[in-house]
Design a protein around this ligand. Structure first.
Ligand code: ASP
Ligand code: MG
Length: 475
């Protein structure tokens, strides 16, 4: 729904909030877009989430050492406050917030040492990273004369109780956001929101998964779109989405316009530029999303993600890749006639937390091939080989399981759908470049052709497709 009243939701990650200079840059960004109301959603300061996890792990073994680490983290936050906030009373305000927060963390350290570390306690402790960065940043903005107001994540977002990767309950969340953030915006206040966490219906702190601050920004946008026209700006340390990984393909170009669907295929795969669920939140309400480079000039080109599609031109838009992954093959003539094999394999892997990136089965049913990340490979093979069904426990051994290192490339573009000959061109380009294709999968959306090749061929393969579809030429 277009309401005619804009709001800009900035998301700033840890690398935007390092020191005096980066705080100043963040402020200049906010000022540049101040002709419309704005909101800032913040991650923890760089590395703090990992350090808080480290404190908890240490607390399981050594309470004193963990408390010392807490003290270091407290001093780190106080130091940033002193260096960036230009008003003594607000520095003191930030420092006492940090002290109070670390008192709570210290209490938890003791509980962990004596009673272990349940999942919900993890979420509670890591949430302090975002709480602190956002509170400090709101003090910084106030000292710069802006009318900023801190909003803790739990005050706005209600989630499921899936600690560590909770999902928002949109009804509850909407009620909270519209009751608090909307009136603040109406009064000319700039809400500074702690990203990454919320609370469940029992008011326990939950987190939205690593990188979850992106998700917080788009959850707010989704809710606010009922009363305002939001745009979400992700400030990252990359220019945006590119036609290929620039470390592999030297002619890689910035993509300035991309559809939600294409971005979904590109934004997380390999490069992990955005939290995977963000684009579902914005696509649902047709909210424009921008990925911009924090380190560049504010007028530098960027990627805009929207519902807009140029099917004629965007036959192939980009090539995403995962440089190193493991292809596991389960093979044997016995597979042909046995129903439920795939279910058995994937059930076993799910039980051991192995995530699947790619699946393919030829219609001869002689083998099933799947791809997992580097860590998952050995786990998958070991679990399959040790299992009663696939293992070598019986008298006769019918099924083989083996693994190989591969690279996975995904050729992405809207215009591939319902058009013939595109995959032909992809494979001709690969053939001409002397690249041997190991396995192929295409999603039925026809948006993505995924191809497995040897890691030695990666550069040649990407280059061949990049050239074939002229991805180096500005469109
Ligand atoms: N601080 C959290 C993390 O490191 C969330 C985020 O950065 O978005 O995963
Ligand atoms: Mg992050």
């Amino acid at each position: 729904m277009m309401t005619g009243q804009k709001v800009t939701i900035h998301k700033f990650g840890g690398s935007c909030l390092r020191d005096k200079e980066s705080f100043a840059k963040t402020l200049s960004i906010m000022k540049k877009f101040m002709d419309t109301p704005s909101i800032a959603v913040l991650s923890a300061f760089r590395g703090i989430t990992d350090k808080l996890i480290g404190v908890m792990e240490l607390a399981l073994e050594d309470e004193m050492k963990a408390l010392n680490k807490c003290k270091d983290l407290q001093l780190f936050h106080e130091d940033i406050a002193k260096k960036t906030i230009q008003d003594e009373a607000l520095v003191q305000d930030a420092i006492s917030f940090s002290r109070d927060s670390f008192k709570l963390v210290a209490t938890t350290v003791h509980e962990i040492f004596t009673g272990g570390l349940p999942r919900n306690m993890r979420d509670y402790v890591v949430s302090f990273g975002e709480r602190l960065s956002s509170y400090l940043f709101s003090c910084f903005l106030k000292a710069e004369g802006l009318n900023a107001q801190f909003f803790p994540g739990d005050a706005l977002i209600t989630t499921s109780s899936d600690f560590g990767s909770a999902l928002p309950l949109m009804g509850e969340t909407s009620g909270k956001v519209l009751r608090t953030v909307k009136p603040a915006l109406d009064q000319g206040t700039i809400p500074i929101v702690a990203g990454f966490y919320g609370e469940d219906i029992n008011r326990e702190i939950t987190t939205l998964g690593r990188g979850g601050t992106d998700f917080t920004a788009t959850i707010l946008a989704n809710v606010l779109s009922s009363v305002l026209d939001p745009v979400v700006m992700f400030w990252k340390d990359v220019d945006g989405l590119l036609t290929a990984n620039p470390n592999i393909e030297e002619n890689a170009m910035l993509i300035t316009q991309v559809s939600y669907d294409e971005a979904k295929e590109l934004a997380y795969f390999g490069s992990k530029v955005l939290h995977p669920l963000c684009l579902s939140m914005t696509m649902e309400k047709n909210i424009p999303v921008e990925i911009r480079n924090f380190n560049k000039d504010l007028d530098a080109p960027f990627t805009q993600i929207s519902g807009y599609m140029k099917e004629n031109i965007d036959v192939v838009k980009a090539i995403a890749c995962i440089e190193k992954c493991v292809m596991v093959t389960v093979q044997g003539a016995a597979l042909v006639s046995l129903p439920g094999i795939a279910a058995k394999i994937f059930d076993l892997l799910a039980k051991h937390g192995v995530n699947i990136l790619f699946i393919s089965q030829a219609s001869s049913e002689n083998n099933i091939t799947f791809v997992v990340n580097e860590q998952g490979g050995p786990v998958a093979v070991k679990r399959l080989q040790e299992s009663e069904f696939f293992g070598k426990t019986g008298d006769t051994h019918w099924i083989d399981v083996f693994q190989e290192d591969v690279s996975l490339i995904a050729v992405v573009g809207h215009g591939m759908a319902k058009k013939y000959g595109i995959s032909g061109q992809v494979f001709t380009a690969l053939g001409n470049a002397g690249v041997n294709v190991r396995a192929i999968a295409q999603g039925s959306s026809e948006l993505n052709i995924s191809i497995l090749i040897s890691p030695d061929d990666l550069k040649a393969a990407i280059h061949a497709i990049h050239e074939k579809f002229s991805l180096h030429q500005p469109k």
